[in-house]
Design a protein. Structure first.
Length: 371
């Protein structure tokens, strides 16, 4: 009897497997890929458990836990990495998704004979702080130690690889989850005590400087002044969450800004929204932007976000430098009709952002790289 061939194992290097854009993209691929052929294992940077850990292990993935995010001990991190790759020569492909530390783990992977070292650029800029600048400068060395470059957009590729060749990997999603459902809309609005005629704005993002929630609250304040029957739903968590909550309290908007936290079923809540907003300082290509469009939501984004995100040619891009009043005016001019929202799903279904098409391409690449 012929022995069943084991799947090839790809080592995904990530900060932690939290509910955030990069991690959501990886999980979209992982759930859809043929795991009889390709299996993902994860090198994470904290001993703490995160939202996707149990699902990863249920799907057959291994999780290797490093402590760098816990103790910031760089020397220990380097030693642990070296020991890891010596102990695990079975990994022929390392897929780097943690941009700032790529030069470290890809260099050590190369030293230990890892054949294929992928640097995946997910962002188009960096946090404007001393720490952000240092991590930015460090990440620029990634291309010295990678031999395959992936990027989610043209801007993300130019940021990390300058003029070097790269493979475009769309931030694909399982589109079936994001098809507009009026029944779910009505049920969840009732659960949240939101009336049918309330204007609901939505945002799904970590509470970190990059996502620019401060601007978002300023914009919503102006929207609410002109349209009192309005609500803002915020999904996510992060280091700036409490300061944004304080800002909401100071503006007396606490009854109209709902902090929803981390939600595994966030895809259902797109149905509740009428307009989706991203005020980010920078993005590679936000997965949430694809999700919102698939649900048929009108989108208003900052002009710092890649135009590659606009797969339906319908996103309103507004300069970050524009006033909150200008943003509010553009938002309130939008015509939204739930009857038209299912059309978007059929359009996205035919694009490269449908994960079912995306995984076929990635599966083929992984198999080639593993030879």
């Amino acid at each position: 009897m012929k022995k069943k061939q084991e799947p090839i194992r790809i080592l995904q290097v990530v900060p932690v497997m939290q509910a955030a854009g990069i991690e959501n993209f990886i999980m979209n691929v992982y759930r859809s890929i043929d795991r009889n052929k390709v299996q993902f294992d994860f090198l994470v940077h904290s001993k703490k458990k995160y939202i996707y850990d149990d699902e990863i292990e249920a799907l057959g993935g291994k999780i290797y836990r490093f402590t760098y995010k816990d103790d910031k001990n760089f020397i220990k991190y380097v030693k642990d990495l070296d020991a890891f790759f010596k102990q695990h020569p079975e990994y022929k492909v390392v897929h780097g998704n943690m941009q700032s530390m790529m030069p470290v783990y890809l260099k050590i992977a190369k030293k230990n004979g890892v054949k294929t070292r992928i640097a995946h650029s997910h962002n188009s800029s960096y946090e404007k702080s001393l720490k952000g600048f240092i991590l930015h400068m460090l990440s620029r060395f990634a291309k010295r130690y990678s031999n395959i470059n992936f990027a989610c957009s043209k801007e993300a590729a130019e940021y990390l690889f300058q003029k070097e060749d790269y493979v475009f990997i769309p931030n694909a999603i399982d589109i079936t989850k994001y098809k507009f459902d009026v029944r779910v809309r009505n049920e969840l609005r009732k659960k949240l005590n939101i009336s049918n005629d309330t204007l609901v704005l939505g945002n799904v993002a970590r509470f970190e400087q990059q996502k620019n929630h401060k601007k978002l609250i300023e914009v919503f304040e102006k929207v609410h002044q002109h349209h009192p029957n309005s609500i803002l739903l915020l999904f996510g968590t992060g280091s700036l969450e409490n300061s944004i909550k304080d800002m909401v309290l100071n503006k007396k908007l606490q009854k109209n800004v709902l902090f929803m936290g981390v939600c595994k079923e966030v895809y259902q809540y797109y149905n509740v929204m009428d307009i989706f907003i991203l005020t980010s300082f920078y993005e590679g290509l936000p997965v949430t932007g694809i999700e919102a469009q698939t649900n048929g939501l009108p989108c208003v984004f900052s002009d710092a976000i890649s135009r590659d995100t606009d797969i339906l040619n319908s996103i309103k891009y507004i300069p970050l430098s524009s006033s909150a009043d200008t943003w509010a005016k553009s938002i309130l001019e939008i015509h939204y009709d739930t009857k038209e929202r299912k059309i978007a799903y059929e359009t996205v279904k035919k694009t490269k952002f449908n994960v079912q098409e995306n995984v076929k391409f990635l599966e083929k690449l992984y198999c080639e790289y593993n030879k």
